[in-house]
Design a protein around this ligand. Structure first.
Ligand code: 9MR
Length: 369
């Protein structure tokens, strides 16, 4: 092959791409971004942007991890009882595999984007048990060995810490959570099993209820490995750095790991310098909290390109929540993330090195912001 053809893919990668590279240097496992099948993206008709979008998405200096924003959800994987379809989920799983990126899998049991047949049926408790077991057995079984982590149960809690009423809870109470984790552990023993929810980024009744879910499972000897903080944040009222560190420590006290699983920081559009500066601070704080806590393994953006964000479609007048604008200019918040990744390194337990490579121990970093 001619040398110039060989060099082309290298030239396509941006020399500025650095989030995953810096995250690794800071002691995280990954910095990633969720992505979706073209047909599922929030904004259609942007085909002209795909090439540039894909180049950023596939650049492992930028993103070392990905999550399918939609394709592995119940609605798509088991649209009819016993009929399984992995076409959409595979698109992103294949991207991860081809790029050598870590795959977080999302989500096995969730009240939303559930197939209508589950929601609209009239079921006995035994039937709901069977439905959960069949779904997890097939979906987690199909992806077995490919998922670094599974969001096993998603959004089971209300803001006051009580359980959300759902077809699963109404039939089985909290036992549905136990059943889901137990089944997932049997089906894919190597995947990290997470409880995932929003508004878990500062201490609250909901964060304490998440801790109680972990304790409930542990008390019964059921495997749970992580708490996922979705972190759909708002630029002018996000949790402080200290609150984020405190809540991560409260999860870590149960022995589980922690991840930012769906980070975005929305603002009221049109943006201005002040709003973007606030957004930068919020991104810097979340990244900083992950870097400064032993338990936090990584950060996932909920996509990285503003036109593909869910935010404007749900919160009228809000948007610009990610790190790349429509014209592919980066938000100032990109530099906030870089600052947090370069200003600190992960603390580690006394006597425990950071593992592979340098053989150097490292000190607990001071709070930086
Ligand atoms: O990004 C997803 C969007 O494309 C879907 O329309 C939406 C439907 O609820 O789900 C979005 O992702 C959600 C995630 O799966 C769970 N946490 C909240 C996310 C934003 O709604």
């Amino acid at each position: 092959m001619h040398l110039s053809t060989l060099a082309l893919p290298l030239l396509a990668a941006s020399v500025d791409a650095q989030l995953h590279k810096l995250a690794k240097q800071a002691g995280l496992k990954y910095f990633g971004a969720a992505t979706d099948t073209p047909g599922f993206r929030e904004r259609a008709g942007l085909e002209a942007a795909y090439e540039q979008y894909n180049a950023i998405r596939d650049d492992t200096n930028e993103f070392g991890q990905t999550t399918p924003t939609n394709g592995q959800k119940w609605l798509f994987t088991e649209p009819e009882r016993g009929v399984f379809n992995f076409t959409e989920g595979d698109v992103v799983a294949d991207i991860a595999e081809n790029n050598g990126q870590i795959l977080r899998c999302h989500a096995l049991v969730w009240h939303s984007q559930l197939a209508p047949w589950v929601e609209q049926g009239t079921w006995t408790a035994e039937e709901v048990e069977q439905i959960i077991v069949d779904h997890i057995t097939n979906v987690a079984g199909y992806y077995k060995g490919k998922c670094y982590a599974w969001d096993v149960v998603n959004e089971a809690l209300e803001e006051d810490g009580s359980y959300r009423k759902s077809v699963f809870y109404n039939a089985l109470g909290e036992d549905y959570i136990k059943l889901a984790f137990k089944t997932a552990a049997e089906v894919d023993p190597t995947a990290k099993l997470y409880y995932n929810d929003y508004n878990l980024e500062s201490p609250s009744p909901k964060s304490r209820a998440a801790v109680n879910i972990v304790k409930m499972l542990q008390a019964e000897g059921i495997k749970i490995d992580g708490i996922g903080m979705q972190a759909h944040l708002v630029a002018d009222r996000a949790a402080t750095l200290d609150d984020q560190i405190a809540v991560i420590e409260s999860y870590a006290a149960t022995g589980v790991e922690v991840a930012y699983t769906e980070l975005d920081v929305r603002l009221f559009t049109p943006n201005d310098e002040e709003k973007l500066a606030l957004q930068k601070e919020v991104y810097r704080n979340s990244t900083g909290a992950c870097v400064q806590t032993e338990a936090c393994v990584g950060i996932t953006l909920w996509d990285f390109y503003d036109p593909f964000s869910w935010v404007p479609y749900v919160f009228e007048g809000e948007g610009d929540a990610l790190l790349w604008f429509e014209d592919f200019e980066k938000h100032p918040a990109y530099d906030g993330v870089v600052e947090a990744l370069t200003n600190g390194t992960k603390p580690c337990k006394p006597g425990k090195g950071r593992g592979k490579g340098k053989g150097k121990g490292h000190k607990r970093s001071n709070k930086l912001f």
